[in-house]
Design a protein around this ligand. Structure first.
Ligand SMILES: NC(=O)c1ccc[n+]([C@@H]2O[C@H](COP(=O)([O-])OP(=O)(O)OC[C@H]3O[C@@H](n4cnc5c(N)ncnc54)[C@H](OP(=O)(O)O)[C@@H]3O)[C@@H](O)[C@H]2O)c1
Length: 80
């Protein structure tokens, strides 16, 4: 299962990443944020994490859209 987490650099987003990376049924985690995220310390499954920077959530360039291919779910935790 492939999951997109928007707002990945935030308080909730970072914990979501940590938990998703530990779940064997989740094979890919795409972390969207403006700042980028550091992989959690001592986390299992770090190789499943894709860090994708988004400067404008109303406009996704083609290279960012490609990262969404095959996703099963998106968890939205962007603070507006
Ligand atoms: N923390 C809690 O206990 C809690 C509980 C219930 C509900 N919530 C809700 O969950 C949401 C996230 O909470 P949080 O505590 O994780 O917040 P947070 O730590 O401030 O994180 C917010 C995220 O949104 C992004 N962001 C902030 N302003 C933005 C903007 N103008 N444009 C694009 N991205 C922006 C930030 O990433 P970048 O700056 O890297 O882009 C960051 O990843 C909020 O709506 C909050 O009300 C939080």
């Amino acid at each position: 299962m492939k999951i997109i987490i928007a707002g990945a650099s935030g308080f909730v987003g970072k914990e979501l990443i940590r938990q998703c990376l530990r779940m064997p049924t989740i094979t890919s985690v795409v972390a969207l944020s403006r700042r980028g995220v550091s992989p959690p310390d001592n986390s299992e499954g770090v190789s499943k994490l894709r860090n994708v920077k988004v400067s404008d959530y109303d406009n996704y360039p083609d290279d960012v859209r490609k990262e969404f291919d095959g996703a099963n779910a998106c968890i939205w935790y962007v603070l507006f």
